[in-house]
Design a protein around this ligand. Sequence first.
Ligand code: SF4
Ligand code: FES
Length: 283
Amino acid sequence: MHITLTVNGAKITIPDGASVLDAVNASSTYISQLCKDPDMKPIGACRTCLVQIEGQRGFPASCSTPARDGMVVSTETADVRRIRRVVLELTLAMVMPEAASGRVGEVSPSPSPSPIKGEGPTPSPSPEGGGSERERLVGSGDGGPSTGSGRADYATADFRELTAAARHHDLVAPRWAPRQREPIDTSSPVFNIDMSACIMCGRCAQGCQDGHQFIGAIDVLGAGQHARIGTFDNKPLVESICTTCGTCLSVCPTGAIHTKEQAALPLSAMDTEETRLNRGARA
Ligand code: SF4
Ligand code: FES
Protein backbone atom coordinates (compact mmCIF):
# COMPACT_ATOMS: atom_id res chain seq x y z
CA MET A 1 0.00 0.00 0.00
CA HIS A 2 1.18 3.51 -0.78
CA ILE A 3 0.44 6.97 0.54
CA THR A 4 0.75 10.36 -1.08
CA LEU A 5 1.93 13.53 0.63
CA THR A 6 3.25 16.89 -0.40
CA VAL A 7 6.86 17.96 0.03
CA ASN A 8 7.58 21.59 -0.78
CA GLY A 9 4.53 21.63 -3.05
CA ALA A 10 5.36 18.43 -4.94
CA LYS A 11 3.18 15.32 -4.62
CA ILE A 12 5.22 12.33 -3.49
CA THR A 13 3.99 8.75 -3.33
CA ILE A 14 5.85 6.41 -1.01
CA PRO A 15 5.17 3.07 0.65
CA ASP A 16 3.01 3.15 3.75
CA GLY A 17 5.27 2.90 6.81
CA ALA A 18 7.95 5.16 5.35
CA SER A 19 9.16 8.21 7.25
CA VAL A 20 8.79 11.86 6.39
CA LEU A 21 12.52 11.84 5.66
CA ASP A 22 11.94 9.06 3.12
CA ALA A 23 9.37 11.30 1.46
CA VAL A 24 11.74 14.27 1.43
CA ASN A 25 14.48 12.13 -0.07
CA ALA A 26 12.07 10.72 -2.63
CA SER A 27 11.30 14.27 -3.68
CA SER A 28 15.01 14.82 -4.39
CA THR A 29 15.06 17.74 -1.97
CA TYR A 30 18.31 18.12 -0.07
CA ILE A 31 18.00 18.00 3.68
CA SER A 32 20.73 17.33 6.22
CA GLN A 33 20.38 13.93 7.91
CA LEU A 34 23.61 13.49 9.74
CA CYS A 35 22.71 10.65 12.08
CA LYS A 36 20.50 8.64 9.72
CA ASP A 37 22.11 5.84 7.82
CA PRO A 38 19.98 4.81 4.85
CA ASP A 39 20.22 1.16 5.88
CA MET A 40 19.67 1.55 9.60
CA LYS A 41 16.92 2.66 11.95
CA PRO A 42 16.69 6.34 12.86
CA ILE A 43 18.72 7.36 15.89
CA GLY A 44 17.21 10.82 16.21
CA ALA A 45 20.39 12.30 17.67
CA CYS A 46 21.43 15.11 15.37
CA ARG A 47 18.14 16.98 14.84
CA THR A 48 19.41 18.33 11.56
CA CYS A 49 16.54 16.81 9.56
CA LEU A 50 13.88 19.07 11.05
CA VAL A 51 10.89 19.90 8.89
CA GLN A 52 7.65 21.82 9.19
CA ILE A 53 4.40 19.89 8.85
CA GLU A 54 1.14 21.69 8.26
CA GLY A 55 -1.15 21.46 11.27
CA GLN A 56 1.57 20.09 13.53
CA ARG A 57 3.27 22.10 16.25
CA GLY A 58 7.01 22.48 16.37
CA PHE A 59 9.61 21.19 13.97
CA PRO A 60 9.80 17.39 14.14
CA ALA A 61 12.80 15.35 13.10
CA SER A 62 11.72 13.94 9.77
CA CYS A 63 13.72 10.71 10.16
CA SER A 64 11.66 9.53 13.10
CA THR A 65 8.29 10.94 12.02
CA PRO A 66 6.05 8.47 10.21
CA ALA A 67 4.70 9.82 6.94
CA ARG A 68 0.93 9.98 6.63
CA ASP A 69 -1.33 10.27 3.67
CA GLY A 70 -2.15 13.91 2.88
CA MET A 71 0.64 15.43 4.97
CA VAL A 72 1.97 18.77 3.79
CA VAL A 73 5.71 18.96 4.54
CA SER A 74 8.03 21.93 4.07
CA THR A 75 11.78 21.84 4.40
CA GLU A 76 12.69 25.35 3.35
CA THR A 77 10.36 27.81 5.09
CA ALA A 78 12.11 30.68 6.82
CA ASP A 79 11.20 29.29 10.24
CA VAL A 80 12.43 25.75 9.71
CA ARG A 81 15.61 26.92 8.01
CA ARG A 82 16.33 29.24 10.92
CA ILE A 83 15.87 26.48 13.49
CA ARG A 84 17.87 23.96 11.48
CA ARG A 85 20.61 26.50 10.97
CA VAL A 86 20.99 26.97 14.71
CA VAL A 87 21.08 23.20 15.21
CA LEU A 88 23.81 22.99 12.60
CA GLU A 89 25.74 25.82 14.22
CA LEU A 90 25.68 23.93 17.50
CA THR A 91 26.78 20.80 15.67
CA LEU A 92 29.62 22.65 14.00
CA ALA A 93 30.75 23.86 17.40
CA MET A 94 31.47 20.22 18.23
CA VAL A 95 34.23 19.91 15.68
CA MET A 96 37.56 21.59 15.18
CA PRO A 97 38.08 22.82 11.61
CA GLU A 98 41.71 21.84 12.04
CA ALA A 99 40.61 18.22 12.32
CA ALA A 100 39.39 18.17 8.74
CA SER A 101 42.74 18.99 7.23
CA GLY A 102 45.65 16.68 7.08
CA ARG A 103 43.55 13.86 8.41
CA VAL A 104 44.76 11.40 5.83
CA GLY A 105 48.02 10.03 7.02
CA GLU A 106 47.79 11.73 10.36
CA VAL A 107 49.33 9.04 12.48
CA SER A 108 50.90 9.48 15.83
CA PRO A 109 54.42 8.05 16.10
CA SER A 110 53.15 5.46 18.50
CA PRO A 111 49.88 5.08 20.25
CA SER A 112 49.83 6.33 23.78
CA PRO A 113 49.30 3.61 26.36
CA SER A 114 45.66 4.50 26.58
CA PRO A 115 44.77 7.03 23.91
CA ILE A 116 41.21 7.32 25.04
CA LYS A 117 41.75 7.79 28.75
CA GLY A 118 41.63 11.15 30.39
CA GLU A 119 40.89 14.46 28.87
CA GLY A 120 42.75 15.81 25.96
CA PRO A 121 44.36 19.17 25.97
CA THR A 122 42.14 22.06 25.09
CA PRO A 123 43.24 23.03 21.62
CA SER A 124 44.70 26.45 21.25
CA PRO A 125 42.81 28.72 18.97
CA SER A 126 44.30 29.66 15.67
CA PRO A 127 46.09 32.95 15.56
CA GLU A 128 43.82 35.96 15.61
CA GLY A 129 42.61 36.97 12.20
CA GLY A 130 43.52 33.68 10.51
CA GLY A 131 47.28 33.86 10.48
CA SER A 132 49.84 31.32 9.46
CA GLU A 133 48.43 28.48 11.52
CA ARG A 134 45.08 28.90 9.92
CA GLU A 135 46.67 29.06 6.50
CA ARG A 136 48.56 25.89 7.22
CA LEU A 137 45.38 24.16 8.27
CA VAL A 138 42.72 25.32 5.86
CA GLY A 139 44.63 27.15 3.16
CA SER A 140 45.04 30.84 2.58
CA GLY A 141 43.18 33.44 0.65
CA ASP A 142 39.69 32.01 0.92
CA GLY A 143 38.41 35.23 2.42
CA GLY A 144 36.36 33.50 5.08
CA PRO A 145 34.95 35.90 7.58
CA SER A 146 36.64 36.31 10.90
CA THR A 147 34.66 34.96 13.79
CA GLY A 148 36.28 37.04 16.43
CA SER A 149 37.32 33.79 18.07
CA GLY A 150 40.40 33.56 15.93
CA ARG A 151 39.51 30.00 14.99
CA ALA A 152 39.74 28.60 11.52
CA ASP A 153 36.49 28.63 9.57
CA TYR A 154 34.61 25.94 7.71
CA ALA A 155 34.96 27.38 4.22
CA THR A 156 37.56 24.85 3.27
CA ALA A 157 37.34 22.33 6.08
CA ASP A 158 35.93 19.08 4.78
CA PHE A 159 33.64 17.40 7.23
CA ARG A 160 31.82 15.59 4.45
CA GLU A 161 28.06 15.49 5.15
CA LEU A 162 28.40 18.13 7.85
CA THR A 163 30.18 20.46 5.46
CA ALA A 164 27.49 19.93 2.83
CA ALA A 165 24.82 20.76 5.40
CA ALA A 166 26.72 23.85 6.58
CA ARG A 167 27.10 25.10 3.03
CA HIS A 168 23.41 24.56 2.34
CA HIS A 169 22.69 26.85 5.28
CA ASP A 170 25.38 29.39 4.40
CA LEU A 171 27.38 28.61 7.51
CA VAL A 172 31.03 29.41 7.18
CA ALA A 173 32.43 30.40 10.51
CA PRO A 174 32.01 28.92 13.99
CA ARG A 175 30.08 31.04 16.46
CA TRP A 176 30.95 29.10 19.60
CA ALA A 177 34.12 27.67 21.05
CA PRO A 178 34.46 23.91 20.69
CA ARG A 179 34.07 21.48 23.52
CA GLN A 180 37.02 19.89 25.23
CA ARG A 181 38.73 17.25 23.14
CA GLU A 182 39.90 13.74 23.83
CA PRO A 183 43.08 12.35 22.33
CA ILE A 184 42.87 10.70 18.93
CA ASP A 185 42.80 6.92 19.06
CA THR A 186 45.49 6.05 16.55
CA SER A 187 46.08 2.53 17.80
CA SER A 188 44.44 0.73 14.89
CA PRO A 189 46.74 0.04 11.94
CA VAL A 190 43.95 0.94 9.54
CA PHE A 191 42.01 3.92 10.84
CA ASN A 192 41.91 6.61 13.49
CA ILE A 193 39.06 7.86 15.63
CA ASP A 194 39.40 11.61 16.01
CA MET A 195 36.93 13.10 18.45
CA SER A 196 37.88 16.57 17.20
CA ALA A 197 35.76 15.81 14.15
CA CYS A 198 33.01 13.86 15.90
CA ILE A 199 29.47 15.16 16.25
CA MET A 200 28.32 12.27 18.44
CA CYS A 201 25.71 11.19 15.94
CA GLY A 202 26.08 7.57 17.01
CA ARG A 203 26.09 6.08 13.52
CA CYS A 204 29.40 4.28 14.03
CA ALA A 205 28.21 2.70 17.27
CA GLN A 206 24.92 1.69 15.67
CA GLY A 207 26.72 0.17 12.70
CA CYS A 208 29.11 -1.72 14.95
CA GLN A 209 26.29 -3.04 17.07
CA ASP A 210 22.84 -4.22 16.14
CA GLY A 211 22.42 -1.85 13.21
CA HIS A 212 24.75 -3.81 11.02
CA GLN A 213 27.67 -5.88 12.24
CA PHE A 214 26.65 -7.16 15.69
CA ILE A 215 30.23 -6.79 16.93
CA GLY A 216 29.90 -4.15 19.61
CA ALA A 217 33.51 -3.02 19.62
CA ILE A 218 32.67 0.68 19.90
CA ASP A 219 29.95 2.62 21.64
CA VAL A 220 29.08 6.04 22.95
CA LEU A 221 30.84 6.38 26.30
CA GLY A 222 30.32 9.00 28.95
CA ALA A 223 27.79 11.79 28.88
CA GLY A 224 27.42 15.47 28.24
CA GLN A 225 30.52 17.22 27.07
CA HIS A 226 32.61 14.20 28.04
CA ALA A 227 30.67 11.87 25.76
CA ARG A 228 32.82 10.22 23.16
CA ILE A 229 33.19 7.17 20.99
CA GLY A 230 35.24 4.48 22.66
CA THR A 231 35.65 0.81 23.36
CA PHE A 232 34.73 -1.42 26.24
CA ASP A 233 36.85 -0.68 29.31
CA ASN A 234 38.39 2.41 27.68
CA LYS A 235 40.90 0.32 25.78
CA PRO A 236 42.62 1.53 22.63
CA LEU A 237 40.86 0.27 19.54
CA VAL A 238 43.63 -2.16 18.71
CA GLU A 239 43.09 -3.93 22.03
CA SER A 240 39.35 -4.18 21.54
CA ILE A 241 37.26 -6.77 19.72
CA CYS A 242 37.20 -4.56 16.61
CA THR A 243 37.53 -6.69 13.50
CA THR A 244 38.39 -3.73 11.25
CA CYS A 245 35.29 -4.43 9.18
CA GLY A 246 35.17 -0.76 8.16
CA THR A 247 31.48 -0.21 8.87
CA CYS A 248 32.10 2.67 11.27
CA LEU A 249 34.43 4.19 8.73
CA SER A 250 31.85 4.00 5.98
CA VAL A 251 28.95 5.46 7.95
CA CYS A 252 30.74 8.31 9.76
CA PRO A 253 29.28 11.50 8.28
CA THR A 254 32.16 13.80 9.18
CA GLY A 255 35.31 11.77 8.67
CA ALA A 256 36.01 11.57 12.40
CA ILE A 257 36.74 7.92 11.73
CA HIS A 258 39.16 8.02 8.85
CA THR A 259 41.72 5.81 7.22
CA LYS A 260 45.40 6.25 7.76
CA GLU A 261 47.59 7.01 4.81
CA GLN A 262 48.05 3.81 2.84
CA ALA A 263 51.82 4.02 3.08
CA ALA A 264 51.50 3.93 6.84
CA LEU A 265 49.74 0.60 6.77
CA PRO A 266 51.68 -2.55 7.47
CA LEU A 267 51.48 -5.00 4.61
CA SER A 268 49.61 -7.47 6.76
CA ALA A 269 46.78 -4.98 7.15
CA MET A 270 46.65 -4.15 3.47
CA ASP A 271 47.08 -7.58 1.97
CA THR A 272 43.55 -8.77 2.23
CA GLU A 273 42.01 -11.30 -0.06
CA GLU A 274 40.34 -8.45 -1.92
CA THR A 275 43.56 -6.57 -2.64
CA ARG A 276 45.17 -9.80 -3.79
CA LEU A 277 42.27 -10.41 -6.16
CA ASN A 278 42.45 -6.84 -7.43
CA ARG A 279 46.15 -7.20 -8.08
CA GLY A 280 45.47 -10.40 -9.97
CA ALA A 281 42.79 -8.71 -12.07
CA ARG A 282 45.16 -5.89 -13.01
CA ALA A 283 48.03 -8.21 -13.89
S1 SF4 B 1 32.84 9.00 15.03
FE1 SF4 B 1 31.62 9.65 13.21
S2 SF4 B 1 29.89 8.17 13.13
FE2 SF4 B 1 30.81 8.00 15.19
S3 SF4 B 1 29.58 9.39 16.47
FE3 SF4 B 1 31.37 10.56 15.74
S4 SF4 B 1 30.67 11.59 13.86
FE4 SF4 B 1 29.18 9.97 14.32
S1 FES C 1 18.84 12.53 10.76
FE1 FES C 1 17.04 12.89 11.86
S2 FES C 1 17.71 13.37 13.86
FE2 FES C 1 19.54 12.96 12.77
